[in-house]
Ligand binder design. Structure first.
Ligand code: CTP
Length: 423
């Protein structure tokens, strides 16, 4: 039998990009060699610039080796053999800048326009988008001066600021100050590379559901599905990077934990828990993306204690009841300005089933994706399908990374919101 060839995977958006990595003096600098190595392995061209404090914390020799390029220090800035100032050369060479970790001192220099180190001068001279990940001691982070400087940075066009996460710090403080994890830095760079710098979701509130639900027969057995939550989580993170306040309600996930940083997370397990959480959160948001793979049935008589095989068979024979359709409930309780995106997983002929599902569920947009094709489906890095929308519009979406798909869906949802509550 002749089968269709698998579609070519879309190119990595970081491949061939010129990325300048600026490292300043925070102990989180020790994580940067891993980031630089990952970028180089993905085919990016990487150059590193270190402040004098950073050069005490992380080896410029290691960074040069991992980036396959020389590493730049303050001592390199002025040379009678260079035709142009180094900070201008580097600033114009960069297509993207990763500034991580961003220390209190480097933040202060930047927002006050001071260029007294190679890195500080390069930041002032660059017109490339900058991903800036702060890291410092908890008390420093909450001091009024740093807080004020961080607030000022929010208004800088082209800058994507990633505030620090909570955790145990190297100074033994427990609190806010940890640099965003390397996995999130890579994702945010990929987002800048494939969709550019956008803050169009700033001021909007988005609710996303992701992952599977589980319905328990007894404490050891459940019915569920293979959803990993990747599509919903990446949509949520893309919205956060575009400035949205994001609530993420999710079942058990199989994704990088760092991809959840910066979104408000509500873990759930069963359809009933998901239903309660949606009822509580729906009135607080402008848009909803229902990417969760909700298990359709639950045991009519679940057992409180683990049964033996015979007891399990008896419990299954007692029958199953339908889990309420939560997307339909969301549509029934929709506020006038709210936009709702549903998902539809299908095998075989996708479009006819998707048209019927859109009519039945009544959401504004429906992404129908095949789960039996290469380049889509549970756990795949890619997604594809049809986006069905208002006025029976049907848009074919070729295979693309789930992060890019998340951005595309945000464009369409954002467009709908703009028509409902124009600025
Ligand atoms: N959904 C829901 N509540 C359910 C089942 C599904 O809210 N009990 C939502 C999903 O989150 C998704 C959409 O409905 O946004 C479609 O889910 P899908 O699994 O494709 O369809 P079902 O409604 O389960 O219908 P069927 O399995 O019969 O195709």
């Amino acid at each position: 039998m002749k089968t269709d060839p698998a579609p070519a995977a879309p190119a990595d958006p970081l491949r061939g990009r010129r990325i300048l990595v600026g490292i300043s003096g925070s102990i989180a600098a020790v994580k940067l060699p891993l980031v630089v190595s990952a970028l180089a392995k993905r085919g990016a061209q990487v150059r590193c610039v270190l402040t004098p404090s950073a050069a005490q914390l992380v080896s410029p020799v290691a960074l040069a080796s991992l980036s396959r390029e020389r590493c730049y220090l303050d001592a390199d800035q002025w040379s009678h053999t260079a035709a142009r100032p180094l900070h201008v050369e580097l600033a114009e060479w960069a297509e993207l800048v990763l500034l991580a970790p961003l220390s209190a001192t480097s933040l202060g220099r930047w927002v006050y326009g001071l260029g007294d180190t190679l890195l500080a001068a390069t930041l002032l001279a660059t017109e490339a988008p900058v991903l800036a990940a702060a890291a410092m001691n908890t008390a420093m982070w909450s001091s009024p001066g740093v807080h004020g400087n961080w607030e000022r940075l929010q208004g800088f066009a082209g800058v994507l600021p990633l505030g620090p996460a909570e955790g145990l710090l190297a100074c033994d403080r427990q609190g806010s100050g940890r640099m965003a994890e390397p996995a999130l830095l890579l994702l945010a760079l990929e987002s800048l590379a494939c969709w550019g710098w956008q803050r169009d979701w700033h001021g909007r509130r988005l609710l996303v559901t992701a992952g599977p639900t589980r319905e328990w027969l007894d404490p050891a057995r459940c019915i569920s599905n293979p959803s990993t939550g990747r599509m919903g989580v990446l949509l949520a993170q893309a919205a956060r990077l575009r400035g949205a306040a994001v609530q993420l309600v999710h079942g058990p996930l199989q994704v990088e934990p760092a991809w959840l940083e910066g979104v408000e997370s509500h873990p759930i397990e069963t359809g009933a828990e998901l239903q309660q959480t949606l009822q509580r959160l729906q009135p607080q948001v402008d848009a909803i993306a229902m990417a969760a793979a909700v298990a359709d049935h639950r045991p009519a008589r679940p057992l409180a204690h683990k049964s033996d095989k015979a007891g399990c068979a008896e419990a299954m024979a007692a029958g199953w009841e339908a889990v309420p359709d939560l997307l339909i409930e969301l549509v029934q309780h929709r506020l006038p300005h709210q936009a709702i995106l549903g998902f539809a997983a299908h095998s075989g002929e996708v479009l006819p089933q998707a048209r019927a599902k859109l009519a039945r569920k009544g959401c504004d947009l429906l992404l129908a994706n095949p789960i039996d094709q290469p380049g889509a489906g549970f756990g795949s890095a890619l997604n594809q399908g049809w986006l069905l929308g208002p006025g029976c519009a049907e848009e074919r979406l070729e295979p693309m990374a789930k992060l890019a798909m998340g951005h595309l869906l945000l464009d369409r949802l954002g467009g709908l919101l703009a028509t409902r509550c124009p600025a």
